[in-house]
Design a protein around this ligand. Sequence first.
Ligand code: SAM
Ligand code: SF4
Length: 522
Amino acid sequence: MERLNSHLKIAETCHSVRQNLIFVAQFKKMSDDLYNNEVAFELQPKVIDETRQGEAMITARPQSVKANGKKFYIESYGCQMNFADSEVVASILNSAGFDATTEFIDADLILINTCAIRENAEQRIRHRLQHFRGVKKRKKGALVGVLGCMAERLKEQFLEQEKIVDIVAGPDTYRYLPDLIAEAGSGQKAVNVLLSREETYAEINPVRLNSNGITAFISIMRGCDNMCAFCVVPFTRGRERSRDWQTIVAEAKELYEQGYREVTLLGQNVDSYRYSEDPTLVGKKLLEAKYDPGVVNFAGLMEKVALIAPDLRVRFSTSHPKDMTDDVLHMMAKYPNICKYVHLPVQSGNSRILEMMNRTYDREWYIQRIEAIRRIVPDAAISTDIISGFCSETEEEHKDTLSMMEYVKYSMAYMFVYSERPGTVAAKKYKDDVPEDVKKRRLQEIVDIHRLHALELNKEDVGKEFEVLIEGVSARNDMELYGRNTQNKVIVFPKGDLKPGTYANVRVTSCTSGTLIGTVIQ
Ligand code: SAM
Ligand code: SF4
């Protein structure tokens, strides 16, 4: 019970999104209250990262930049891309002379980088904004800015709905933040939500001072051109665009030189990454020129990053089943430092629902992609995202999702109840007609099956040996370290004289559904 309470506490402190409520596998019973409709069930203590929801970020102003005497505070919600964006924002503000603080009560500028993916995520942000009222009362001139997807979705409306807000800045406008801050400082409300077809913040070096110094995210593209019927991202993050590969490789190299040993290449649909230095090759022309030797695709980009150093691990997220090519899988197989782990969101196991979702693949196609992974990268772990109770989903169709889970046996899954988002294709075309209690019950069934699979897969790992990148000291026992194997599974083992940021060979001796437990092999 004590442990349950402590996990509940962790969950309470996590404010939002995809990982809206973090569930740790050791829970015996999963209460609906805990899930609050948006279960992110994560069976790996990777939850350590996921508890970053609402995390404040501390950064350092470059010494060459004169301080302007003002402090900013930034907290972030949502997906990894949002956290990576906050690092870009921090870099822009540092360069404009702002210093960072992790205490919002000390700040002259409070920024909240928001998520709009589900209604719950937005409610949390609104609730959080109320906490900043006191600062504005106490500190004359203190400003509150809302960044990210919710800012983009609500635009000026945000200022009307939440009087506390002074600045609204969409994801493509962070370069203009210093101007927006000046505008708001002069008493006007400042809004910029223009979406761009070009902005990738390519040359801005994100600041990462509050990271673990071992693993980092690199945004390789922005936006999304897919129009999944349930999803607000194409409206809040704009058209898809790929970042110049040279700046990506330079960023990864610099991270490696600073001691980082793992980079995760981030995009909403990494498989459609495509960059050409030829400025005439844009849009459709770039798509058509995909076999042009001057065009770097995702497989090519992965190879360039993998070649930086054999002990720099490369991960990526997210893969789209319609776009994940065998080329990418062959590249994974070719380089031992490209991690054997694919996050391949299925959303539903039923072809009619997938069509309504506009995912542009069906059940058979998805299965065929799973087969390709198993054939080309047989040791790869596969994880997923699942939505329960999408518009008109029947009991039989829900069972197709369960049977897909049985077929794949995902090592990790983010599982959500469908939440209608204004402006999306589904909101316009379909009725959100699956009752809430049915959605929740189906979600519970999905979660229960997933938990069984995770335990089953972990049991299969007992007795095996893995190379582990050590990420830190275990939160439960400071005599133990934890790290991940290439399949992204967390392994805990006795510390000995090993250090975070190095590799160890570990033999798994036992497991829970959430963690592998092992001993180091000399
Ligand atoms: N680009 C990724 C892809 O295509 O899989 C996913 C990006 S989205 C930020 C993360 C996940 O949130 C989705 O995979 C989906 O499972 C979930 N999601 C998005 N919109 C949702 C909605 N309206 N209701 C419930 N879950 C949603
Ligand atoms: Fe949303 Fe679909 Fe784009 Fe993913 S691929 S961000 S789910 S529209």
